[in-house]
Design a binder for this molecule. Structure first.
Ligand SMILES: [Zn+2]
Ligand SMILES: [Zn+2]
Length: 116
């Protein structure tokens, strides 16, 4: 599940904050993570040495922010075990036999309830 989200997540981060987005495969709705500010965004980078340090911090914080975004995505996005795609709650069905996205549910004529 983590890898599925990680491979579908898009990086929207800029130098001031980290933000990630993922889209529902069925309806295309885009989920965006809660932005995490970069702790050293205020820092003025003058020397090359500082710039190196700055970038190191940036990448480290970005990795952490991405891990948090993946965790957060799990509460808004679902993984369809049938077509192996990422779908939003509106497009995900809790079916009698298995949970799956609405595309797969209609293909298999599964009846189910939507996630609220
Ligand atoms: Zn959707
Ligand atoms: Zn599916």
């Amino acid at each position: 599940m983590n890898e599925t989200i990680a491979s579908n997540i898009r990086d929207l981060s800029d130098s001031g904050e980290f933000r990630f987005a993922a889209s529902c495969t069925v309806c295309g709705k885009t989920w965006i993570s809660t932005p995490t500010p970069f702790s050293k965004a205020e820092g003025i980078v003058k020397s090359e040495v500082k710039k190196f340090f700055f970038m190191k911090c940036y990448h480290k914080e970005k990795r952490n922010a991405m891990a948090a975004a993946i965790k957060e995505a799990k509460s808004s996005l679902n993984f369809c075990p049938v077509c192996r795609s990422l779908v939003c709650d509106d497009c995900f069905m809790i079916c009698e036999h298995d949970d799956m996205c609405i595309d797969c549910a209609s293909y298999f004529h599964e009846k189910g309830e939507r996630v609220d």
